[in-house]
Design a protein around this ligand. Structure first.
Ligand SMILES: NC(=O)c1ccc[n+]([C@@H]2O[C@H](COP(=O)([O-])OP(=O)(O)OC[C@H]3O[C@@H](n4cnc5c(N)ncnc54)[C@H](OP(=O)(O)O)[C@@H]3O)[C@@H](O)[C@H]2O)c1
Length: 360
């Protein structure tokens, strides 16, 4: 790992996740954010005029303008890694072309999540899946994706207790915030006084991505986790933070104290010192009415890891059924923050951004 910061770009910088990337990368100790990429209609627009997040744009960035650059222009400008907040469908070919040109991609989009050679990564859970990238041909950029925003919350909350419970089935019902739909968002007439029990493709993503992340890597392939996952998803009128109601049907019988200890002791990245890693990554709340989006979406410490922790509460264990609620910030832990953490893990492990190239 060299001391020099790595030149990076954000693609889709005008969008909700793109802006969250800018907020998290503006003063990052390892990544040097040089380019904000957008569509032609955003070319020359000032960041401040597009800004939708709660705090103002990071210091010194308000006047930075968006540029419209393709993979070859990014390569010419010396960009070594791209943080992609592109819409699914559009992202796929652009990310492939970036990787082909030797630029690493840390993506939020769904397009490459199930590609056999692409790690679908949650660093606390399946860092070993990064080995999938070992077989990249020389000159190719690393491509790493994060999971769907609800999948990330489910996996983080389940990971500490999964071995103890050996689940047969996991049922999850989601209450998903408006920002999960990106900008400009769900129309006020649709969501005011309403709950919409349908988010296209969401249930399928949760089911297949959870099975892949919990899957075992062997022989360069992942054998999907055999537990059954049954998801139901709804859009609700909160701004940020996806709340999940989870019921696990267990085949083992740990005590409640063992389950609680597994959650509170869980801190697999504790010693790695990654800037965006929350320590601990899962927080237990014992009040009868937590977690709540408004009160718990920013859980996570140190300050750079705000919004990166999953909060678990309302735990009920009546074997064989464990029930709990969990909450994660969809745009932070389930979005830009998750991708930045993926990049920090890659950097810390000294995995080459370009196969056959220098570390970094
Ligand atoms: N929102 C979440 O909570 C969340 C969580 C996890 C993952 N994701 C994923 O993250 C990605 C971004 O989501 P989002 O919520 O930020 O959506 P969004 O607010 O709609 O933002 C997408 C942005 O991409 C820009 N764009 C489209 N084509 C482009 C191109 N060829 N080059 C550069 N920019 C381009 C759009 O430009 P214009 O502004 O000009 O239209 C828009 O600003 C999606 O793949 C989504 O599935 C989202």
């Amino acid at each position: 790992m060299s001391d020099e910061r790595i030149p990076v770009a954000v693609l889709g910088a005008a969008g909700y996740i793109g802006q969250e990337f800018v907020r998290r990368l503006a003063d990052h100790p390892r990544f040097d954010l040089r380019i904000l990429g957008g569509t032609a209609r955003r070319k020359g627009a000032r960041l401040e005029d597009l800004w939708h997040l709660d705090d103002p744009p990071p210091e010194g960035r308000a006047n930075q303008t968006l540029e419209t650059l393709g993979p070859s222009a990014l390569q010419r400008r010396g960009i070594r890694a791209v943080f992609s907040a592109l819409p699914s469908g559009i992202a796929g070919p652009i990310e492939s072309e970036l990787a082909r040109r030797g630029i690493a991609v840390f993506s939020n989009a769904a397009d490459h999540r199930m590609d056999p050679e692409v790690p679908l990564l949650i660093p606390e859970v399946n860092g070993d899946h990064l080995r999938l990238a070992d077989r990249r041909p020389a000159g190719r950029g690393l491509l790493v994706t994060n999971a769907n925003c609800s999948t990330t919350g489910l996996v983080l909350a389940l990971a500490p207790v999964r071995e103890l419970l050996a689940p047969k089935t996991v049922q999850v019902t989601t209450y998903q915030a408006l920002s999960g739909a990106g900008l400009p968002g769900v129309s006020a007439m649709t969501i005011t006084d309403n709950v919409v029990p349908y988010i296209p493709e969401e249930e399928e993503k949760i089911e297949r991505e959870t099975a892949r992340i919990f899957g075992r890597l062997g022989d360069g392939r992942i054998a999907a986790w055999p537990g059954r996952i049954l998801a139901q998803c709804a859009r609700v009128g909160t701004r940020d933070g996806h709340l999940l109601a989870v019921t696990v049907e267990a085949t083992r019988r740990p005590t409640r104290a063992e389950l609680e200890r597994a959650w509170t002791d869980f801190d697999p990245l504790g010693r790695e010192g990654l800037p965006t890693a929350p320590s601990p990554p899962v927080l237990l709340r014992r009040e009868p009415d937590r977690p709540q989006p408004l009160r718990d979406r920013w859980a996570g410490a140190p300050p750079r890891a705000r919004g990166m922790a999953a909060v678990v509460g309302r735990i009920r264990w009546e074997a064989p059924y464990l029930r709990f609620f969990t909450l994660t910030h969809n745009a932070v832990r389930g979005g830009a923050g998750g991708s930045v953490l993926n990049a920090e893990l890659v950097d810390r492990r000294g995995i080459a951004l370009t196969a056959g190239g220098a570390d970094g």
